[in-house]
Write a protein of this length. Structure first.
Length: 267
């Protein structure tokens, strides 16, 4: 499929189609079209070049792969997989359940509405929690007959961090919040949801397939293979609203981080 030049925007860009596009961006395309690549609708796969790429997935379930360079990837709506590759990348998942993988380099991972899965990879990464989206609840009434014993509704995290490195990673907060505005507590999925996650995983085929694509395994999420996800829950202190989970960490470890590892993020 051939990308179409578009000179109507403030900066020249390339447009995909409303179908399922599969494109590899060349260095010349990245340099000649500073407005980036917009894939439009469809389930698209866009591979970036070896220089700095600007890629917009548009609607549909997209795979956006930055490869080399300091890339900016925007997933837009629906379930997307964003992989920055090497370089200092900015990944914006957009609405929907997205998986954001930073790769090598100092990356910034930003979700939106929906539960986002963050894996920063190597480097000092910034994991952003959207404080304006804290405390959203999901009605589970439709699955109670399949999984009896679970609560009627659950409070959804804005994001789940899978590989937090307390020696160098950073938590970003929107809305001007600082570490002083947060509380930290242990998270245990069995205690939280009342069911062993091994019983839930067979129902999540699409999500597990997406995880496998990213290189994130069930073993990464549950290292001791007991069917229970554990880690730290981060909440807004004044409202007790849930921001997100930092898997496989002790809450005391996260709570002990210096204030410099909690930064204000505006975008």
């Amino acid at each position: 499929m051939v990308l179409t030049p578009d000179f109507s925007a403030p900066l020249p860009r390339l447009l995909g189609t409303n179908g399922d596009d599969n494109e590899i961006i060349t260095v010349q395309q990245a340099n000649d079209f500073p407005g980036g690549i917009l894939a439009l609708s469809g389930n698209d796969t866009i591979n970036g070049s070896s220089v700095n790429d600007l890629i917009f997935g548009g609607r549909g379930e997209d795979d956006l792969l930055g490869n080399d360079g300091n890339d900016s990837l925007f997933g837009n709506k629906d379930t997307d997989f964003l992989d920055g590759g090497s370089g200092d990348d900015i990944l914006f998942g957009g609405k929907g359940t997205d998986i954001l993988v930073g790769g090598e380099g100092n990356d910034t991972l930003i979700g939106d509405a929906g539960v986002d899965i963050y894996q920063g990879g190597l480097g000092s990464d910034v994991y952003v929690f959207r404080t304006e989206l804290a405390g959203i609840e999901q009605d589970l009434g439709g699955v109670l007959s399949i999984l009896p014993g679970i609560p009627n509704s659950i409070e959804l995290p804005n994001a789940v961090i899978t590989d937090f490195n307390s020696a160098e990673d950073i938590i970003g907060l929107t809305g001007g919040l600082t570490k002083a505005d947060l509380t930290f507590e242990d998270f245990n999925s069995f205690e939280e949801f009342g069911i062993n996650t091994n019983l839930v995983l067979p129902l999540l085929n699409d999500e597990l397939e997406l995880l496998a694509k990213t290189g994130i395994s069930v073993q990464d999420l549950d290292p001791n293979n007991d069917g229970i996800l554990e880690g730290t829950a981060i909440r807004i202190g004044s409202t007790n609203q849930l921001l997100g989970y930092v898997l496989n960490t002790e809450f005391s470890e996260v709570a002990a981080l210096p204030e410099s590892q909690f930064i204000s993020v505006d975008f």
